[in-house]
Design a protein around this ligand. Structure first.
Ligand SMILES: Nc1nc2c(ncn2[C@@H]2O[C@H](COP(=O)(O)OP(=O)(O)OP(=O)(O)O)[C@@H](O)[C@H]2O)c(=O)[nH]1
Ligand SMILES: [Mg+2]
Length: 323
């Protein structure tokens, strides 16, 4: 039986992790009432400090996220973690691995972990992740840490939507920096060289600092570079202090930016429209008829798409035709 979202919403707001998990699933699966739930939650959100953590595979992001979450939680902050997993749908991937790696903290009070698969999210990973972040924000998480591997455009978009972006790298014959994708460097406002226990970290940190020196010439304030070991805890006190600075600033005055709101509306629209199209196409036989015509040589995929769009947007003029 379907539980009413209202009860879930209230319980999640009161701090029930079970309700929070169910509420997220409810929205992810687009079960009845999901949108009303989002509408009801929205006015109570905007307080959480959202920090995106990205970097090359195996850089130690999950280990670092666990350590940071533990330290912040100890000081009384409530933490949400969104682990965006790059696993393929075939292998089943590291989803379980992440859970196991982060298990140490799941029992700790105030830290809530949610994994999301990168593939098969209808209408875009970015909006799906934003929904999860917003729900955690509503559930009074002070800090939300989103981990993604900085490889695909989707993943970069996900962290790019955060308030702050931390780029994690590690010393390894220069791999560390070369592995940093173009586009990630620009959105990062905090750099971390992890695995300092292995040596070579200071050199990597200097190389990053030099790169930043070049790229931020003339700009006020360069992003800081931290050298840490998530394994033995070196440098984590300084890094956590920097994050606390971000968190306090957000708490002092959450700001709603026009550009942010615009992106959010567009993101929701994209996801909604994609879902709507799939649903409609699946529920009427038009697609099959279109395919049959294309196979018979009397139509083409562009015409088919126009015809399908016209089915549920009959009043709209289809753009792209000859003037
Ligand atoms: N020596 C050393 N190893 C570390 C450190 N941090 C993490 N590791 C190890 O590096 C490996 C990868 O760590 P993860 O935290 O899973 O790295 P990740 O970046 O989340 O990996 P993916 O999510 O698979 O991209 C694990 O074996 C960790 O134990 C560190 O500071 N020093
Ligand atoms: Mg990981």
């Amino acid at each position: 039986m379907e539980e009413m979202p209202r009860q879930l919403i209230d319980a999640a707001r009161q701090g029930s992790e079970r309700a929070l998990a169910r509420l997220i699933s409810h929205v992810e699966d687009r079960r009845p009432g999901w949108k009303d739930a989002m509408k009801a939650m929205y006015p109570h959100t905007g307080r959480a400090c959202v920090i995106g953590i990205t970097g090359s595979p195996g850089a130690g992001k999950s280990t670092l996220v666990s350590e940071i979450a533990l330290r912040l939680a100890t000081s009384g902050l409530t933490i949400g973690i969104v682990a965006v997993d790059p696993s393929s749908p075939f292998s089943g991937g590291a989803l379980l691995g992440d859970r196991v790696r982060m298990r140490g903290i799941s029992a700790a009070s105030g830290v809530f972990i949610r994994s999301m698969a990168t593939r098969g999210v209808l209408g875009g990973l970015c909006q799906a992740a934003k929904d999860v972040v917003r729900i955690m924000d509503f559930a009074r998480k002070d800090v939300i840490l989103i981990e993604t591997v900085g490889v695909g455009q989707d993943e970069i978009e996900v962290v790019g939507a955060a308030d702050h972006v931390m780029l994690v790298t590690f010393p390894g014959g220069g791999d560390g920096i070369q592995a940093i994708k173009a586009g990630v460097m620009e959105i990062a406002d905090l750099f971390v060289v992890n695995k300092a226990d292995r040596g070579g970290a200071d050199e990597t940190a200097s190389e990053i600092a030099a790169m930043l020196e070049l790229s931020s010439e003339g700009q006020a304030g360069k992003p800081p570079v931290f050298t840490v070991s998530a394994l033995n805890g070196d440098g984590l006190t300084d890094l956590t202090a920097a994050l606390r600075g971000y968190i306090n600033r957000k708490k002092a005055g959450p700001v709603l930016e026009q550009a942010h709101v615009r992106r959010e509306i567009l993101g929701i629209l994209e996801r909604e429209v994609t879902c709507l199209i799939r649903e409609r196409v699946a529920s009427n036989g038009n697609m099959e008829a279109c395919i049959a015509r294309i196979m018979a040589g009397t139509s083409d995929p562009y015409t088919a798409a126009d015809e399908i769009i016209a089915l549920f947007a009959p009043a709209s003029r289809i753009k792209g035709g000859m003037p």
